[in-house]
Structures are given as structure tokens and as C-alpha cells.
Design a protein around this ligand. Structure first.
Ligand SMILES: NC(=O)c1ccc[n+]([C@@H]2O[C@H](COP(=O)([O-])OP(=O)(O)OC[C@H]3O[C@@H](n4cnc5c(N)ncnc54)[C@H](OP(=O)(O)O)[C@@H]3O)[C@@H](O)[C@H]2O)c1
Length: 325
């Protein structure tokens, strides 16, 4: 089978499309014929080995996972002796990061718990764009943010994967939603229904006098005090990701803030695939749709990852396995 392999850290050009042995599923695993996968921050960091702290996870001197990719959709081709959830021919999708990486390939064997059934109405391209970013948005707004009807919400980094799902979930609560991002993404954000749009290169939303009930942040580029200033008196700030030099002080300040103020800070640790069946339901009911950039072919994946890393993408960058088309 073909797979995108890297044996040393570097720019996405280190990825090579190689012929490798097709995996055999272990007892709790299923073998999936992969139809589509998507690019995530993890891939960009894993391939470059940067930020360097990530090397504690991905391998100090050289990568321990040689095939990137953590989201996928595909068809079950074989089932391990103890795997009970699926049968051959089932169409599935999921965020596989709790069990490993390696979806930039024609096939992969993965623990069956990493997957859920794909609704017929959802294409393979749509399915692979959903699990990671949609669950980040759902857990950020609902589980951590305790979103309430009619709230005034701001999403920072709103033109990427998490932000575009975040808008749609916030709209289920009739929220008034402001999106912050830049460049070509602003047009797309207007089209999908953000009520207000801020270009972060032109305006600092923490200094324009506006206050929000809930801020959901994909990037955490500002200080904790900046975010607190932009919240209503009992507002919540939820970050799903960002720079360590911003996240670390936030972690230290969090307990003090809850003593002196009603404002709350949450740093989300994603529970992969939690409530993915609910996300499938929202999709089938026409209430949640991924914004797809591409699809690109597996042979163009290095280019697609570079494009993602430069922040030029809109929504989710999807890669299809062209050998299957
Ligand atoms: N909490 C967890 O357990 C967990 C797990 C996995 C991943 N994550 C993190 O969750 C986040 C997922 O976000 P995503 O999938 O939506 O990423 P994404 O698709 O890369 O979107 C992020 C958006 O933020 C924009 N942006 C960059 N700098 C910004 C700034 N200063 N102000 C406002 N917007 C800015 C980017 O655009 P430009 O670059 O063009 O400016 C991009 O459009 C990532 O940070 C990832 O590392 C968290």
C-alpha cells in the first residue's frame, strides 16, 4: 500500500509517498481502507518537530510516528478477533489521536474505539473534516463554556476548522457571534453567518471596548489580562489551543482569578470523539456542515500541509486518497 512517510524532522518536503506493507489488525483493531483524511496542527508540528517541546511526545531526535494524520474516514476491510463494534464494509470516521497516528496512507489498522459509523448522508470528505474540529468547538462552547441562549460570543481564530464549527454550534443557541481572523477567510466568515467580523491585523478585540459573555479561542496570542478585560462581569474565556508562553501564565493565574472575580478561565483538554454521534445527528439534521478547503490528492499532501501551516486555508484542509478515486 502507499503511505506518506517521514523519517526525519523538517519542512513538509521530508514526506515521501512510499510503498509499505499493508497492516494486519491486532485483536481489538479494525483495518480501514482510508478514503479521506484532514490536516491538523498536530501534523504540522509533528513533521517539523516544532515547537521543540512536542519532541517529548513525538520523539526527541527523530520521529517515532513515521506516518502523520489523525483524522480519517473510510471503509472497514477486516476486523480483529476481539473487535465487536463494526463489520466488513461499514463506513466509519473518527479522530484517531487517542490510539495513534497514520491516516496519510491507503490503509491503517486502528483500535475500533477510535471510530464511529458514518451516516450515509455524509460524504467521506465531509466525515474526515468533522471529528477533531467539531468536537473541539462543542466541548469548548458547551462543556467548558456552558453556553446559554442569546449570549454574546466571540471566536478568535474563527476562520479555521474549530471556528467554523463553533459558529454553527453557537447559532443553535441563537447567540450573537463575532469572528476574529484575517485575509481571505473574512469573506468566507461573512458568507457562513458570523454577525460581526474583526480582522486581527487591523483591530485588537480586547481593546475596542466590546465585552462578551463567552470567548472561545483557537490561538491564545494575548495575555490573560487582555482576555479578562474583554469579558462581561461573569463572562467565560475558553482556550482550545495556543502559544505556551500565553497558556502557562494563564494556568498559574486561573485559581486567583476565580477568588477575586466572577470571570472564569478554562483551558480545554480535548476528549477525542466525545459526542461524535451527536455531531453526526446535527449533520444529518442539516445543522452542522464542515467548511472544506480542497480536497487535495494524497500525492499533493506535502503542499497541502505547507499551505495549512502558512495559515492560508479556510476551514478544514481535506486530503483524499486518489488511488481510490
Ligand atoms: N485542547 C486540546 O486538547 C487540543 C487538541 C488538539 C488541537 N488543539 C488546538 O486547537 C486549535 C485548533 O484550531 P483549528 O483546528 O481551528 O486551527 P486552524 O484551522 O489552524 O485555525 C486557526 C485560525 O486562527 C487564525 N489565527 C492565527 N493567528 C491568529 C491571531 N493572532 N488572532 C486570531 N486568529 C488567528 C489562523 O489564521 P492565520 O494563521 O492565517 O492568521 C486560522 O485561521 C489549534 O490551536 C490546536 O493546536 C487543542
Amino acid at each position: 500500500m502507499k503511505a506518506l512517510v517521514f523519517t526525519k524532522y523538517g519542512s513538509p518536503e521530508v514526506l515521501q509517498l512510499r510503498e509499505i506493507a499493508k497492516p494486519i489488525p491486532m485483536e481489538n483493531e479494525v483495518l480501514v481502507k482510508i478514503h479521506a483524511t484532514a490536516v491538523n496542527d498536530y501534523d504540522w508540528s509533528m513533521i517539523r518537530g516544532k515547537p521543540y517541546l512536542y519532541r517529548l511526545l513525538f520523539g526527541l531526535l527523530k520521529p517515532k510516528h513515521q506516518i502523520p494524520g489523525m483524522e480519517m474516514s473510510g471503509t472497514i476491510e477486516a476486523v480483529g478477533t476481539n473487535a465487536k463494534l463494526f463489520k466488513v464494509g461499514d463506513a466509519v470516521y473518527g479522530d484517531i489521536s487517542a490510539y495513534g497516528f497514520g491516516s496519510f496512507a491507503e490503509y491503517m489498522s486502528i483500535n475500533e474505539k477510535a471510530l464511529t459509523l458514518k451516516p450515509d448522508k455524509m460524504s467521506f470528505e465531509e466525515a474526515t473534516a468533522m471529528p477533531h474540529a467539531a468536537t473541539l468547538a462543542l466541548q469548548g462552547l458547551v462543556d467548558s463554556g456552558d453556553i446559554q441562549k442569546g449570549q454574546k460570543i466571540l471566536i478568535n481564530g474563527a476562520g479555521g476548522g474549530m471556528g467554523t464549527f463553533g459558529l454553527q454550534i453557537a447559532k443553535l443557541y441563537n447567540a450573537e457571534v463575532t469572528g476574529v481572523d484575517t485575509g481571505d477567510k473574512l469573506k468566507m466568515m461573512k458568507e457562513i453567518g458570523f454577525d460581526h467580523i474583526i480582522d486581527y491585523k487591523q483591530e485588537d478585540f480586547t481593546k475596542n471596548g466590546q465585552n462578551y459573555d463567552l470567548i472561545l479561542d483557537a490561538k491564545t496570542t494575548r495575555s490573560t489580562f487582555d482576555y479578562l478585560r474583554a469579558l462581561n462581569p461573569s463572562g467565560k474565556y475558553v482556550t482550545v489551543g495556543g502559544y505556551l508562553n500565553r497558556l502557562f501564565p494563564m494556568l498559574l493565574l486561573k485559581p486567583c482569578i476565580s477568588v477575586f472575580s466572577k470571570k472564569r478561565i478554562h483551558i480545554l483538554a480535548l476528549k477525542p470523539n466525545k459526542d461524535l454521534d451527536y455531531i453526526s445527528e446535527l449533520f444529518v439534521a442539516g445543522k452542522l456542515r464542515p467548511v472544506i478547503d480542497g480536497p487535495f490528492n494524497l500525492s499533493e499532501a506535502a503542499k497541502a500541509i505547507q499551505y495549512f501551516g502558512e495559515g492560508r486555508h479556510r476551514g478544514k484542509v481535506v486530503i483524499v486518497n486518489n488511488t481510490l478515486l
